[in-house]
Design a protein around this ligand. Structure first.
Ligand code: ATP
Ligand code: MG
Length: 424
């Protein structure tokens, strides 16, 4: 026997910046994906699955030639005489399919979501992989501010359902393409005299895509934007009246929905196709890579890729970053936990709620309500129903939302009605 046949083979390792997801972790992924899918399907969104690779041209024409993604991060390969690229983001492929499959002929608006791996050749670090996963939504054919507000509302509600109520929503208006042209001229005039004080990347971007200078993480560069003339210019002066009106309406709806947000006049996003509303959702628990979700309006992209003019708005969230946040705070495993000393009535209510598809547990002990509520929290129930003697006789229940602590009164009948699907 030769020595080579005895030698153990070196194990092969996974490529840098990729992950294996298994056992407990994959269960967590399933739970997050299930929560997101259920929420979006309950709002009339349907899934779209597109290829993992597309023609390279698609990303050049949509994401933009002067972006980091297209310049240095794409996994591009040749097959025959074709140049193909592993998708670095989801929107371009969805828009390509929207046009190619004639989805613009579907009733408007068309509301889609996707959940898929993405590939970017970036320096791997915490929260940044070369293969990562995005969950995203796209709404086609609605130009109203309500569409922007709805996609934001769904993202924020998803985070709440996952037990992450403390994420920060930042929002900005980056105007339409005509006002962006005007921005370019006025901004360059303001910045040119001090351009040499900016970092090398900003100096390059000044000539290729000055808008992206605002995105720079370098604090010395950012200092320039706190200078009053520049700050005032960024705050409002350059966007068109129509886009300002749209933006005001979006924020008015968010106020009405009680969704808190912070205006950030320097928020631009890293992809070229956005216009009007842009937003990012961040968490202070994620370290340097703190953006969980990013999105905005992209009203010209469908036309730019050869389809009929179609307004659109959407977002994408990073699954790895989201799962790492959820890991620390277990998911709601249960819809209702009934806190009670009226067991017969509670068992009957649980029965009725379960028939409506809800998961329900009844506290079977005779402990004080405070102790029962503590168990409801430990079970990670979404809400506790308090059913004591007074509630049993009046039929008016107390419902406590355990993530916020908010408590409302609801009649037994209304609670059951709110769970029940109307008959066709
Ligand atoms: P970042 O500023 O973190 O680089 P981005 O602007 O490049 O983000 P988008 O292209 O908008 O990100 O993607 C949306 C979301 O996808 C991000 O907010 C993030 O959660 C996630 N994401 C983006 N790139 C990566 C990556 N390399 N690894 C893991 N998640 C990522
Ligand atoms: Mg990036």
């Amino acid at each position: 026997m030769t020595s080579t046949t005895n030698r153990r083979q070196q194990p092969i390792q996974r490529p840098k910046g990729t992950q294996d997801i298994f056992l407990d972790k994959v269960a967590l992924w399933h739970a997050v994906e299930r929560t997101a899918t259920q929420l979006l399907e309950s709002a009339g969104y349907s899934e779209i699955r597109t290829p993992v690779f597309e023609s390279t041209e698609l990303f050049k024409r949509s994401v933009g030639e002067d972006t980091d993604i297209v310049n240095k991060e794409m996994y591009t390969f040749e097959k025959g005489d074709r140049s193909l690229t592993l998708r670095p983001e989801g929107t371009a492929g969805v828009v390509r399919a929207f046009i190619e499959q004639g989805l613009h002929r579907q009733p408007k608006p068309l509301k889609l979501f996707y959940s898929a791996p993405m590939f970017r050749y970036e320096r791997p670090q915490a929260g940044r992989q070369r293969q990562f996963h995005q969950f995203g939504v796209e709404v086609f054919g609605a130009d109203s501010p309500a569409a922007d507000a709805e996609v934001i509302q769904l993202a924020m509600r998803l985070f709440e359902r996952l037990g992450l109520p403390n994420l920060v929503l930042e929002i900005n208006n980056i105007g339409d393409s005509a006002s962006r042209q005007q921005f370019r001229e006025s901004f360059c005039q303001l910045i040119e005299p001090v351009l040499l004080e900016f970092c090398d990347t900003c100096q390059t971007r000044f000539h290729t895509n000055p808008f992206r200078m605002l995105d720079c993480k370098n604090s010395a560069c950012q200092e320039h934007y706190s200078e009053p003339t520049v700050a005032r210019f960024l705050a409002s002066e350059w966007t068109s009246e129509a886009s300002q009106k749209h933006y005001t309406q979006v924020t008015t709806i968010l106020d009405y929905l009680k969704i808190p947000y912070q205006r950030n006049h320097r928020l631009v996003r890293g992809l070229d196709y956005y216009n009007a509303t842009v937003f990012e959702i961040t968490s202070t628990h994620l370290g340097a890579q703190n953006t969980v979700c990013g999105g905005g309006r992209y009203d010209s992209l469908v036309e730019q890729l050869g389809g009929p003019s179609t307004p659109a708005v959407g977002w994408a969230l990073g699954m790895e970053r989201l799962v790492s946040l959820v890991e620390d705070c277990a998911l709601p495993a249960l819809d209702y936990y009934i806190v009670t000393d009226q067991h017969a009535s509670a068992l009957a209510l649980a029965d009725q709620l379960r028939q409506q598809g809800k998961s329900v547990e009844v506290d079977l002990t005779a402990r004080a309500f405070g102790k029962q509520l503590a168990t409801a929290n430990k079970r990670h129930a979404h809400s506790a129903i308090i059913l004591g003697e007074a509630e049993a006789s009046s039929g008016q229940l107390q419902i406590k939302f355990l993530s916020s602590g908010q408590q409302i009164e609801q009649s037994r009948d209304d609670l059951l009605k709110s769970c029940k699907l109307p008959e066709a």
